[in-house]
Design a protein around this ligand. Structure first.
Ligand code: G6P
Length: 590
């Protein structure tokens, strides 16, 4: 993953501050360490620190470094431990070639062994440093700096974006990993994503696979994979909704949870034509496949149940990383629906590329406009969830569920009924918040905070809710939480239940109701402490969390108590709910 950022332009009084501000927008991509390099009179000054960007800011202690060229990086570690030595930027033997990188150089060991043999000295354990030395190898008297970077990049295996600074230029290349350039009043920029440039410029240069750019003070030159060059044309991309603050909340996570009723209203008021077009694509496809990762994947799993129940349609689902192993079923008339908040998740993009190899059509559901997924897709629906900053995905999950509900209703010829259901669900969710759900959850969190394990069961569409609820709890509070299909308990899971083990049971007013209550009973008779998320109070519950009866939209409301529980457990444990360890908002490596 990692975020890369760079600037070349007229001398900036506070270039270091400018780089830090750019990186703050990219920190969602990783916060294991951060670093910047500022070029002053041909000499690079590099500053790096382990941990969040604030640690680097603290280390700089108010010092400002001026300069005309600078690069920065925020890291999600892949190769080499989280140490200062392994933090980017990395340099070659001369210290004059400075690199930041996003991706994985799959052949780095082979390259490193060769470089060591020819006398290069390595300072870190990273794959990235190999690239700095590789450029050094190619940079002979006869080769220009951009050409040396291109040749070095050509030798890399894997999906990578590299940004290399030397003298007064930045040269950057991408293959598979996201990278865009920008052209503004004060200079030229390079960044992992468009939102990081939103407040600086809307003149964006999109790079195709294998392409690169040379950024100098006055120009951005495109380098094609074969080495030919041309002036880079800009595209105007306005990012209206890109800035987000906590709006009075202590964390983005809680703010985004509370925004969900509003998101549902926005989904319900989406262009009718767009929904109808998506529905007719699904109707006419020779097989529809869903793919996504993490939370988005659970929305995809829920969709398989929704399409079956509401539209009587079979759809297939596989997580992004597994999808390429199932691609043999695809034909040109197949439809792949790829859902992603960021639109940059590598496994989802790889699934889309696999489908494109079969000439199948791609429908993308994406929250961040201008993302890589959007550019790869044939049809795009924007999730309209607004910027999601917390690493834990909440409101974009709700938006995906709402869109899938609308698609299913529209396929069934009941578009209006679908819209009505989402509107009503929005109101019910708002009432749930107003009726004091959070204070109930705070009490429950106090009860569960010292638990080692939490088990969550659901059936039917709420099997997906159980999985998503468990993901929320474990990723932020680090309490081991597992979601199961209620019926699977007796096949093994029940062996884990001891006296007092917290067992959350997701109950909806649907055809799974009786069976899931029986499963709760089975847990209770083994000593389980039963927490019921349900519209009705049931005798089996030891603790009842009342949710409204949202009919077939039950997964949209039933997940909310677990989102809140994850938040409050995390606070009680003293962790930062917006920045869980080892995770990143957008995972752009395989
Ligand atoms: C990361 C995030 C998850 C997210 C997943 C997919 O793992 O931490 O919260 O669900 O990526 O992200 P996407 O942007 O594709 O929805």
């Amino acid at each position: 993953m990692c975020g890369v950022f760079g600037y070349v332009g007229n001398r900036k009084q506070d270039l270091s501050g400018f780089l830090l501000a750019g990186l703050s927008k990219l920190e969602y991509r990783g916060y294991d360490s951060a670093g910047i390099a500022v070029l002053q009179n041909g000499k690079a000054r590099i500053f790096k620190e382990v941990g969040e960007l604030k640690n680097l800011k603290r280390a700089l202690n108010g010092r400002k470094f001026e300069g005309e060229v600078g690069i920065g990086h925020t890291r999600w570690a892949t190769h080499g431990q989280v140490t200062k030595k392994n933090a980017h930027p990395h340099t070659d033997c001369t210290g004059k070639i400075i690199v930041v990188h996003n991706g994985i150089i799959e052949n780095f060991e082979k390259l490193k062994a060769r470089l060591i043999k020819s006398g290069h000295k390595f300072k870190s354990e990273t794959d990235t440093e190999v690239f700095a030395h590789l450029v050094e190898e190619f940079l002979t008297k006869k080769t220009t700096f951009p050409e040396a970077v291109r040749r070095a990049f050509r030798g890399l295996e894997g999906l990578n974006a590299v940004v290399v600074m030397s003298n007064d230029q930045i040269v950057a290349f991408r293959r598979g990993s996201p990278l865009i350039a920008g052209n503004g009043k004060y200079g030229n920029f390079i960044s992992s994503d468009i939102p990081a440039l939103a407040e600086i410029t809307d003149k964006i240069i999109l790079l195709n696979e294998g392409e690169g750019v040379v950024l100098s003070k006055d120009a951005v030159i495109r380098i094609r994979p074969d080495g030919t060059m041309g002036r880079a044309k800009t595209t105007t991309i306005k990012m209206k909704e890109v800035t987000a603050d906590k709006g009075g909340f202590s964390h983005f996570l809680i703010k985004e949870i509370f925004e969900q009723p509003e998101v549902l209203m926005r989904v319900a008021s989406n262009e009718e034509d767009e929904i109808k077009e998506a529905a007719s694509l699904i109707k006419n496809a020779w097989g529809t496949y869903f793919t996504a990762c993490g939370t988005a994947a659970y929305a995809g799993l829920a969709a398989t149940y929704m399409f079956s129940e509401i539209a009587g349609r079979h759809v297939n689902f596989a997580v992004g990383s597994e999808f390429p192993y199932l691609e043999d079923f695809l034909v040109p008339k197949s439809l792949l629906i790829a859902a992603s908040q960021s639109g940059e998740t590598m496994d989802t993009l790889e699934a889309v590329r696999a489908a494109k190899r079969h000439k199948s059509k791609i429908l993308a559901l994406v929250n961040v406009p201008g993302s890589s997924l959007e550019r790869l897709a044939d049809y795009v629906i924007h999730l309209r969830a607004g910027p999601e900053r917390a690493v834990l995905s909440t409101k974009s999950y709700i938006a995906k569920l709402a869109f899938f509900t609308l698609f299913a209703y529209t396929i069934a010829g009941k578009y209006k009924k679908g819209v009505e259901l989402i509107r009503k669900t929005s109101k019910k969710m708002a009432k749930l918040f107003n009726d004091g759900l959070e204070s109930d959850i705070k009490k429950l969190a106090k009860r569960l905070v010292n638990s080692e394990h939490v088990y969550i069961i659901g059936r039917g569409v709420n099997y997906a809710t159980a999985l998503e609820g468990a993901l929320k709890i474990k990723e932020a509070s680090y309490i081991h939480a597992e979601g199961f299909a209620g019926g699977e308990l007796k096949h093994g899971v029940i062996a884990l239940i001891e006296k007092g083990t917290p067992c959350i049971t997701v109950v909806a007013n649907d055809k799974a109701r009786e069976s899931i209550l029986s499963n709760a009973m089975e847990l209770k008779s083994r000593g389980g402490y039963i927490i019921g998320i349900s519209p009705t109070k049931e005798s089996v519950f030891d603790y009842w969390i009342k949710v409204p009866d949202a009919k077939v939209a039950s997964p949209i409301v039933s997940v909310v108590p677990m989102q809140l529980l994850a938040y409050h457990l995390t606070l009680l444990k003293g962790f930062n709910p917006d920045r869980p360890r080892n995770l990143a908002k957008s995972v752009t490596v395989k």
